[in-house]
Design a binder for this molecule. Structure first.
Ligand code: NAD
Length: 502
């Protein structure tokens, strides 16, 4: 299958409307220029936020199941364009086509989930201590939701947020990564098409803001946006979180990870090794849930490292390359910055490592601006400080431990707390791990990456504490109201038996 810039024209026929000289969008596949865009000015961002408030006021009054119908139609639109959108995802962010398809499937899945949810935004009835009183907990639409997304899941993260926010009665503003604005424009076009034939959908229900951190920051500082859902680095979250808190807004932060898999003595290595491989080298190590650390019981330490080395060698140059080719397993890094960060980290840990395997640039003529690397394995005698920072590249540390208690100590001794996994056939080890892993995700006998939409997704500590997608994550997009109604005929009693007779 040959994808080309034609998929850009197909999915964004109105691209000329966004043309300008502020932002050059290139493909990590070969460095080719895909588009040059104009970014929103401060006045335009302001106008979009104002329009989002107007849209919210209309949309919140549409019954939730009808709002769900809009998302059902969006899901159908995504199904119809799945292959094209997957190609655009691959072109723009460099993940292999199979994973591009997976990303669009995730959008479809969350639409299905949100449609069901649109009839299940349940509140509570609460027993009152007073006669003839009824207490309720109601969930009401919140307002415009500001979505800031990262380059590595350029469209799925938007859908996790907006499919739920829209059924909850909110309007949406989306500031995509400056590295992946085209996929955002393509998805916005699909939603616009659905809204065009949906009489209750107000104008500007969901809008894209084209920009860098500056336009993102404008949204972050604007009190008309009650919720900022920001996905990206912990560095970004450290800036965004306090700014939104300072204006008493809400944040939903989905930030960096430093995910580990623990290999216990009872692990089934036939299951563990492929899981490490997908977690470490899949998406060229550019998932927030990528496996960064493999903690191996000392009895298996050398064996696991040697087996991994063999598997990495098998990936070889033939499986590193064009992300559009069906035989490729490892696509490019997003850009030179990512390549330099990986090389810098390798240089930093080399002195402390027992062995370093891979990590070098693939010498292939794909243009000076494309960065393909051999995934790197670093064998360490123990966890070192350099490991505690997330390096967003296929760089995995293999570290020994002697007891499961020690493994959990090492595991939790990083600032991030997103995803974790244990490989074991011992139920006691599995339960011990689940109890003491400090991460938002704790898997048994599957890897750290590749979450389903049905569960709440997110992590603790510097990962930001947010939860998106499944379970009861929808509550983040609504405001909670406690309501007490008196239906008696006498003067109502006061709570706590207080008398106040005048
Ligand atoms: P990034 O932090 O560089 O950028 C993410 C987004 O934040 C972009 O849209 C960017 O323009 C915006 N931004 C940056 N600084 C900002 C500021 N001060 N104010 C407002 N907006 C700002 O991240 P990236 O390189 O695009 O993505 C990789 C990072 O994202 C990794 O750390 C990865 O772990 C993380 N990530 C986390 C999750 C998750 O769900 N936890 C998912 C995907 C990616």
């Amino acid at each position: 299958m040959i994808a080309s810039a034609s998929v850009v024209e197909k999915l964004i026929p109105n691209l000329a409307q966004f043309a300008g000289n502020d932002l050059v969008v290139t493909s990590p596949r070969d460095g080719a220029v895909l588009a040059t865009l104009r970014l929103d000015t401060a006045a335009e961002v302001d106008a979009k936020i104002a329009a989002s408030v107007v849209a919210f006021r209309a949309w919140r009054d549409i019954p939730a199941p009808r709002r769900g119908e809009l998302i059902r139609q969006l899901g159908d639109k995504l199904r119809a364009h799945k292959e094209d959108l997957a190609q655009l995802v691959t072109l723009e962010c460099g993940k292999i086509l199979e994973e591009g398809r997976g990303e669009v499937q995730e959008m479809i899945d969350i639409c299905d989930f949100a449609v069901g949810l649109s009839r299940q935004l349940y509140g509570l009835t609460i027993q009152s201590e007073r006669p003839n009183h009824v207490m309720q907990e109601n969930w009401l639409p919140l307002g415009p939701v500001g979505i800031i997304s990262a380059f590595n899941f350029p469209v799925a993260v938007w859908s996790w947020n907006s499919a739920l926010a829209l059924v909850c009665g909110d309007s949406c503003l989306w500031k995509p990564s400056e590295k992946t604005p085209l996929t955002a424009l393509a998805v916005q076009n699909m939603l616009d098409e659905v809204c065009k034939d949906f009489p209750e959908a107000p104008a500007n229900l969901s809008q894209v803001i084209l920009g860098t951190y500056e336009q993102g920051n404008q949204m972050v500082e604007d009190a008309r946006v009650p919720l900022i859902s920001a996905t990206g680095s912990s560095r970004m979250g450290r800036i965004v979180g306090p700014k939104v808190a300072a204006r008493f807004g809400r944040t939903l932060l989905e930030l960096g990870g430093n995910n580990a898999m623990i290999i216990t003595p009872s692990a089934d290595l036939a299951i563990a090794i492929p899981s490490i491989l997908f977690g470490s080298v899949g998406t060229a190590g550019q998932r927030c849930t990528s496996t960064r650390r493999v903690l191996v019981h000392r009895s298996l330490f050398d064996q696991v490292f040697e087996t991994l080395k063999k598997a990495y060698a098998q990936i070889g140059e033939s499986k590193i390359g064009d992300p559009l080719s069906a035989s490729t397993l490892v696509g490019p890094l997003i850009d030179k910055l990512a390549f330099d960060a990986m090389q810098a980290k390798l240089a930093e840990v080399r002195g402390e490592a027992l062995e370093v395997f891979g990590g070098q640039r693939v010498q292939e003529d794909r243009g000076a601006d494309a960065y393909y690397v051999h995934p790197a394995l670093v064998k360490l005698p123990h966890q070192v400080e350099a490991v505690k920072e997330e390096t967003f590249a296929p760089l995995t540390y293999v570290i020994p431990y002697d007891s499961l208690e020690e493994a959990l100590e090492i595991h939790n001794d990083v600032p991030q707390g997103l995803s974790s996994a244990v490989m074991t056939t011992d139920v006691r080890d599995a339960e011990f791990f689940k109890r003491y892993s400090d991460c938002g995700i704790a898997n048994v006998n599957i890897g750290t990456s590749g979450a389903e939409i049905g569960g709440a997704f997110g992590g603790e500590k510097e990962t930001g504490g947010g939860r998106e997608s499944g379970s009861d994550s929808w509550r983040a997009y609504m405001r909670r109201q406690t309501s007490t109604t008196y239906f008696g005929h006498e003067r109502p009693a006061l709570a706590q038996g207080i008398t106040f007779d005048v």
